[in-house]
Design a protein around this ligand. Sequence first.
Ligand SMILES: NC(=O)c1ccc[n+]([C@@H]2O[C@H](COP(=O)([O-])OP(=O)(O)OC[C@H]3O[C@@H](n4cnc5c(N)ncnc54)[C@H](O)[C@@H]3O)[C@@H](O)[C@H]2O)c1
Length: 494
Amino acid sequence: MSVELFGNPDRAAVEEITTVTCIGAGTIGGGWAAYFLARGFRVKVWDPAPDADEKLTRLIEAAWPALAELDMVPGADKSNWSLHTDLAEAVADTGFVQESAPENLELKQALLAGIDAVCPEHVIIGSSTSGYSMTEMATETSHPERFVVGHPFNPPYLIPLVEVVGGQATADEAVDWAAEFYSHIGKSVIRMDQEVPGFIANRLQEAQWREALHMIDQGEATVEQIDRSITDGPGLRWPFQGPMLTFHLAGGEGGMAHMLDHFGPSLKSPWTRLEAPELTQNLRDSVVAGCDIASGTRKIAELVAQRDAGIIALRKLTASLTSDQESAPVPSASVPTGEQTSAEPTAESTVLQTYTTEVSPEWIDYNGHMSEAYYVLVFGFATDQVMDQLGLDEQYRSSVGASLYTVESHIRYLDEVALGSRLHVTPMLVAAGDKKLHLAYEMHVDDRLVATEEIVCLHVDQHEQRATDFPAGVRTRIAGFRTHTPEWSGRRLG
Ligand SMILES: NC(=O)c1ccc[n+]([C@@H]2O[C@H](COP(=O)([O-])OP(=O)(O)OC[C@H]3O[C@@H](n4cnc5c(N)ncnc54)[C@H](O)[C@@H]3O)[C@@H](O)[C@H]2O)c1
């Protein structure tokens, strides 16, 4: 049961927060720091490890390209962080604290009390704990009402889910604020009303993990077989439909009702062992040896890069499938009718995605650098990606017969681009009208700004050959994106 408390009058609205603090900068705290940086925050980090600086630098460097693919806001600065060994210094002027210290109850109790003692009272403090309840962690604090669990998943810079739940002494208002803050920064939030051991997702993961360990312990399956049973099996369905909808479909036309009636009796068959196996030295060694075989010659950094590339590809795919579903029911073959109302903007959709590509040999001119025509081409690809994100994708264009036409553009060529360079094009929505968009782009190679473009485009009904209003669903989506005018924008386009 949560305690109702008045909101703290000094507490800032979530969109006013510009500085956050990460307590602990290991796998999870460092991942949070990278994510906050990519979302444009100034990040203050506290970590007692002597090598915290180097480890965090390495982690941010490794995470940055992945963040550039999905969640980065224009102007994000990967060096906008400072490391502190003094807690009070780390939480001074902060708008939010994310604690990600080792999973040890006494340590967390003492640490949360220490943060509480020096952190301004209006600031909400979230913990990344994988399983402790806030009720047990906040026992030593003087202001337990502002402590919440904000449980992320590894890597927190790529996995959207955050489970948010308070302890018995947490104010509902604090849980609401935290849930709103995580949503505001692009996370997919599950706000839980009561504390459940392991929250939701870890509870499900743990059950599977226990069964896997049992099977290895009994010699019934190898590490490799267990991993492949998921990656080549049910794991392929889970990014799109969770375990419940998956079983709904397993019931055929009868859906979940048939599934339960048909397989209900077998639920009682002794398939699962539920109790965890004893973690003997032998079991530990078998699991570790199996993972070594499964990793082969791939080092951890390589496995991380492979995992990140996979998650990015999947997130892009699931986003595009969702946008297809949202833009599908357009009845007219000619004129957009404004029927597409299902496209509610999500927190994640408030920022246009960065387009990334590599310079190919045929783009290089006689001076040994990318020819100017290909700058235009790359900006064009970035516009295609913007159109997909706005719901003006291939399916929309073919079913509705309307598309975006660029009617004016202005490019500044600022620096040369060499063969093999990786180009990152960040789009910004400058302004939007009923049938018109004003977009701006920055093209970067690493930290170098190499070109900018501004365009004005019109939404054109291709049958009638005239500009026409965006349908309601697309307008709703456009309204969900933040507008931003870059300081270099010198033209009054359109
Ligand atoms: N690793 C995961 O997959 C995962 C997923 C979700 C949540 N979590 C949770 O996140 C938290 C951090 O886990 P992690 O995997 O990043 O651990 P980690 O060991 O990688 O990092 C912990 C960091 O905390 C620092 N630290 C902060 N306060 C400390 C103190 N008082 N004493 C010693 N070290 C201190 C350490 O120096 C280290 O850099 C835990 O609560 C964990 O349960 C972990």
